[in-house]
Design a binder for this molecule. Structure first.
Ligand code: M6R
Length: 367
């Protein structure tokens, strides 16, 4: 199963061009999104009946849900809220048949998410599950199932599941947007084109980043702490990067919204502390530069990740990594690649079993 790879985690990171191709297979035809399972679901429960969408998940699935919310906020006009399943079950707003709950779970067996799904259903809400396991409990109990088709993910750390979940959420957002009265044709067309190019862009990203991120992992080997900062979707990405580093490299990695660091966390910035600054969102790069300058005055060691051809960060960071540019809403997929690799190399350089991190399991069947 592992073929030439040392670990499932690396195999699964490297196979993302193929897993994304599988996720997209037969989903875009003649520049239109094709989700027959959602079409059938909406034949019974028309989209107009819903006045709110809740997205729920845990860990990485929660992070992809946060990205999904941003995409839906751009495409739909109803409110979208994203919650941790473990919180949603016990603290949710009004739930009834006018609510659509989108349930994210790679394994389809996470107890927190399954309980939240049951809570939503028992209150009359309608549910769509996005999972990688068609035979799972969550898949069977939801009103509608969208299969991610990412292929088996065996390492405990979610990598290809995250990129496929965001891809499915993009497809679903487009599909729901088409049901509305005034879909923005131009915007949808751009996003569909960008989705078609995604597997190739992820392939290029792997080629461009693997060696450099391996050296950065060696440089930070003796550091117990690491900060990740970003704004907007880059902040969501920072949360996901931090989770990966905690999980497989046992690093005290924390993510911050870049503008918030000065409101307290700055006190923790000591000379040499590694900081990954994510700047993939064009409209936020200027503000990111100012935030990085503040960190540099405290002598933090800043490793910037930005899109190729952009020199906004070059002068202010200690090291820079360029990644290919994609549609800004899909950058959390592209920029996740170097962070997944960083977690993998940071774990292996410290000699840890990255496929089976201590105290963790692939699917958590207790609340
Ligand atoms: O199978 P699920 O997507 O429901 O799992 C949820 C989380 O337990 C999972 O994403 C976890 O956070 C990952 N191991 C992180 O890499």
């Amino acid at each position: 199963l592992l073929n030439e790879y040392d670990h499932f985690m690396l195999k699964e990171i490297l196979e993302q061009p193929a897993s994304l191709k599988n996720t997209l297979e037969n989903r875009i035809k003649n520049d239109k999104v094709y989700l027959p399972e959602v079409e059938t679901f909406l034949d019974t429960h028309s989209f107009e009946r819903f006045n709110k969408i809740d997205i729920i998940g845990n860990g990485t699935s929660y992070h992809s849900g946060m990205v999904g919310k941003s995409i839906m906020d751009k495409l739909l006009s109803i409110p979208v809220e994203v919650s941790l399943s473990s919180e949603f079950t016990y603290e949710h707003g009004k739930l009834d048949e006018s609510k659509l709950v989108i349930v994210l779970s790679q394994s389809g067996e996470t107890a927190d998410t399954l309980t939240a799904l049951k809570e939503a259903k028992s209150n009359g809400a309608k549910t769509i599950a996005i999972t990688n396991n068609k035979r799972s409990n969550i898949a069977r109990q939801a009103d509608c199932l969208i299969s991610m088709n990412a292929g088996p993910e065996l390492a405990v750390a979610a990598t290809k599941a995250y990129t496929s979940q965001i891809t499915v959420l993009s497809l679903l957002s487009i599909h729901l947007c088409v049901q509305t009265e005034s879909p923005s044709e131009m915007f949808l067309k751009e996003l569909i084109e960008a989705l078609k190019e995604l597997p190739d862009i992820v392939d290029q990203t792997l080629v461009m980043t693997e060696d450099a991120i391996d050296s950065f992992a060696q440089v930070t080997e003796d550091q117990p702490n690491l900060f990740l900062i970003g704004r907007g979707l880059d902040y969501v990405l920072a949360l996901e990067g931090a989770l990966k580093l905690q999980e497989v490299a046992y690093l005290h990695a924390n993510a911050y919204a870049a503008g918030e660091v000065k409101h307290g966390t700055m006190a923790l910035v000591t000379p040499g502390v590694p900081i990954i600054a994510l700047a993939t969102q064009p409209h936020l790069k200027g503000k990111m530069v100012s935030n990085i300058r503040e960190l540099k005055t405290r002598d933090g060691y800043v490793f910037g990740i930005t899109t190729v051809g952009d020199d906004a960060l070059t002068e202010v960071v200690d090291e820079i990594m360029y990644i290919p540019e994609a549609h800004s809403l899909l950058m959390p997929i592209v920029a996740a690649i170097p962070l997944q690799l960083l977690a993998y190399y940071s774990g292996t350089v410290r000699g840890y079993n990255v496929d089976r991190p201590r105290n963790l399991a692939k699917s958590l069947t207790v609340e």
